[in-house]
Design a protein around this ligand. Sequence first.
Ligand SMILES: [Zn+2]
Length: 96
Amino acid sequence: MKALVLEAVKKLSLRDFPIQETVGLYDVKIQIKACGICGSDVHYYLEGGIGDFIVKEPMILGHEAAGVVVEKGAKVVAGSCYADYLNSFAAGGAVR
Ligand SMILES: [Zn+2]
């Protein structure tokens, strides 16, 4: 998996990170299709922080993502977790 990492103020890198191959009983694996960069990310990039939060070590930017559920754990059903909000998870279903 690749991720955009803020290494320092105005310094970005695209790094590879390993992903966990096995999906736990309560986990959902989502193939990310798009990821937004929001105003907080812009402050982190330009100023190294926002408000009281100061970036002190490399940090992955982009926390607003959309993707497709490609796998789910055996115990993930509607009502068991975040799935309540999304109504249900199914392989091939979209998460927005
Ligand atoms: Zn945000």
